[in-house]
Design a protein around this ligand. Structure first.
Ligand code: ZN
Ligand code: ZN
Length: 469
């Protein structure tokens, strides 16, 4: 309610009517001069809990004048305040009313109590506003970060590509590349396997959140909104009770409130120095509750897209968890070392299945003929190879480790196994590989006819040999 609108009901009518326009002037001056926050405070205090004054008077055994209701008393005191600000000398003695005289006789007492309340509650309103400003950002941030962690955790449990180690992830990357028959994706994977794995994680997380399991993802977000809202309301209640019981001050309230939130939500530090005069913590609580209303409404409309604005992203959490391992590739066939440690020296790099050298562009020197052999076959042969394009010195395959640092730390065990996936790949993308590397699968590089007998489905199924869940 507006104090002005009630002025007419005061018994000291002359006083009030002369004050009416002055009050409005003072208010408009105050509003235009005041910084934003205190202007907001002023408006907010129009709905100030006026019962507090008589309660306080009662507590101090000062009788409330008869014939004045709470609002009228509040109005009178507010008028006094504004008049004081203007240097006006008000005199309620113009009225013949007993109540007005009584009020006048007690004015200093009433007014000093009112002033301390006004000041304390102005501080509480500003302080409450600052807390809400702070919560507006940190509550949304807490919801988004927690949702990112929960989504990553959920996918780690229920999404097959993310529920094992990197080798399992790689199997799903290869499966997806084969299903899409995406040659460019293959080339990225061969040249930079980590970036292809990261692309895969990003795509799958996006699909999961926004298409295939969008309902589940939305529910996770909603639960976190409810949890954080409840946490804040509970902390507000507990901190206020505590400070009242222990007759503490603003510092104590702030400390309690922050510590109740700290596990899930980080509040920026607010210095309590200018707010030590807060004396009505119920009022502070009400102010914060008022401010929380719109924050909760805004949070209930949060979309999963909002997570992009914050530190934690579900795909990045999964990338950090799944991709922190060795990514060194075989110098012959580009197969990725499967060691789960980023740096595992002095242990050798190792991979259970190698590939045809043609996947990595190996060919016979000074010819266009691709080398289709698997490196596991080559290392058992009496052939030799040129470790790089410039050196004229060839190295026997059996001594491949002597060919330089890229070769020295690889353990390549001779065997004749050929994963169907890679023989299918060479056949399916023969043309693309020839174009990409500028070589031909001909002469010594001709593709063995039995490699052509496998279907894509068999190729995908053969990945289970590489890693079975
Ligand atoms: Zn290899
Ligand atoms: Zn390694």
């Amino acid at each position: 309610m507006s104090p002005q609108s009630l002025c007419g009901s005061l018994q000291g009518k002359k006083l009030v009517s002369s004050l009416k326009h002055r009050t409005a002037e003072v208010r408009s001056k105050n509003e235009s001069d005041a910084p934003r926050s205190s202007r907001g405070t002023f408006k907010r205090l129009a709905g100030w809990p006026v019962h507090c004054i008589p309660e306080e008077l009662y507590a101090r055994r000062i009788p409330v004048p008869s014939g004045f209701n709470h609002e009228e008393l509040f109005d009178y005191l507010l008028s006094r305040k504004n008049a004081d600000a203007q240097g006006l000398n008000l005199n309620a003695g113009n009225s013949n009313s007993t109540s007005a005289k009584h009020l006048e006789s007690k004015k200093d007492q009433y007014y000093s109590i009112f002033r301390s309340f006004w000041k304390g509650n102005s501080s509480a309103a500003v302080f409450g506003e600052m807390i809400c400003e702070n919560l507006k950002v940190s509550a949304v941030q807490a919801v988004c970060n927690k949702t990112a962690i929960d989504l990553a955790g959920e996918m780690r449990c229920s999404f097959p590509a993310f529920s094992g180690n990197r080798l399992n992830l790689e199997k799903h990357v290869l499966k997806s590349l084969a299903e899409k028959e995406d040659f460019n994706g293959f080339i990225t994977y061969i040249r930079d396997p980590r970036s292809q794995a990261e692309n895969f994680i990003k795509d799958e997380v996006h699909k999961y959140m926004f298409r295939e399991q969008s309902h589940k993802a939305q529910n996770i977000l909603k639960n976190n909104v409810d949890d954080i809202s409840e946490l804040v309301s509970q902390a507000l209640f507990t901190a206020t009770q505590e400070v009242k019981t222990q007759k503490g001050a603003t510092d104590m309230w702030m400390e309690q409130f922050s510590s109740l939130l700290k596990d899930k939500l980080t509040l920026d530090t607010i210095s309590c120095q200018n707010f030590r005069d807060i004396n009505n913590f119920d009022f502070l609580k009400e102010e914060i509750e008022k401010g929380l209303g719109p924050i909760k409404t805004e949070m209930s409309c949060l979309s999963l897209d909002k997570m992009k604005d914050f530190r934690l992203q579900p795909d990045q959490i999964l990338i950090d968890q799944l991709c922190r391992c060795c990514w060194v590739t075989c110098p012959f066939c580009a197969a990725v070392c499967t060691n789960t440690l980023e740096d595992h020296s002095p242990d050798d790099h190792n991979v259970p299945f190698h590939r045809s050298g043609s996947v990595n562009g190996w060919h016979y020197r000074n010819t266009v003929e691709m080398s289709v052999n698997f490196c596991t076959t080559n290392v058992a042969s009496d052939n030799s190879f040129y470790p790089d394009g410039v050196s004229e010195v060839s190295v026997p395959f059996k001594q491949y480790r002597t060919a330089g640092p890229r070769f020295a730390n690889w353990r390549i065990t001779p065997d004749e196994s050929k994963l169907t996936y890679w023989t299918w790949f060479v056949c399916r993308f023969q043309q693309e590989l020839e174009n990409y590397y500028g070589r031909k699968f001909e002469g010594k590089g001709e593709i063995p006819s039995q490699w052509r007998t496998h279907t894509k489905q068999q190729a995908i199924e053969s990945l289970d040999e590489m890693y079975s869940e």
